[in-house]
Design a protein around this ligand. Structure first.
Ligand SMILES: [Ca+2]
Length: 177
């Protein structure tokens, strides 16, 4: 089991986040703007069979692989500077129908089953990284959160799915590139 200290998420632009964009894929990601939270998946508390792995194509050179079905978690302690309706984007590899979903849970709310292959309105499996907006069967899901502390948990649902990093934002029109 690989466990790392929990990160307290803060608005992007703070020093803890300055090492995130090493691959330059977030030139338009808004990570220096208020209302954006950008974190590496491997920076959370990772519980097996979720496992941190090296990948030169991943942001910061690492991602988290779901090593089994319906098991394992990645947990973050968020400290939101502002309340609002938040949208969640995850950079994922969802290679096929057997490895294209994971659970997302905020605090004590019901778990959301994210359809990780959904991209720009189209179900798209890919062996390479793509940005996926939190959704259920293609219907975008947003969450209302107050300012202050929240728990965000990514739960393994299908082995083989990979999560690189995620961006939370109150900007409904935002699309990472
Ligand atoms: Ca990463």
């Amino acid at each position: 089991m690989s466990v790392r200290p929990a990160l307290i998420a803060v608005c992007c632009g703070c020093s803890v986040l300055t090492n995130l964009d090493t691959l330059g894929q977030d030139a338009s990601a808004g990570c220096g703007s208020p209302g954006f939270i950008c974190l590496e998946a491997e920076g959370g508390i990772v519980v097996a069979p979720m496992a941190i792995e090296s990948d030169a194509t991943a942001s910061s050179g690492e991602d988290v692989l779901a090593g089994g079905d319906n098991s394992g978690t990645i947990t973050f302690a968020l400290d939101l500077a502002q309340s609002g309706t938040y949208f969640l984007w995850c950079r994922v590899i969802a290679p096929d129908a057997a490895s294209d979903s994971f659970f997302v849970t905020f605090d004590t709310q019901a778990a959301i089953i994210d359809d990780a292959s959904w991209r720009n309105g189209v179900n798209t499996w890919s062996p390479t990284w793509q940005w996926n907006e939190l959704n259920q069967s293609g219907a975008i899901v947003s969450v209302q959160l107050a300012a202050g502390q929240h728990a965000l948990v990514f739960g393994g649902r299908e082995a083989g799915l990979k999560i690189d990093r995620f961006i939370m934002t109150t900007n409904a029109a935002f699309v990472p590139s």
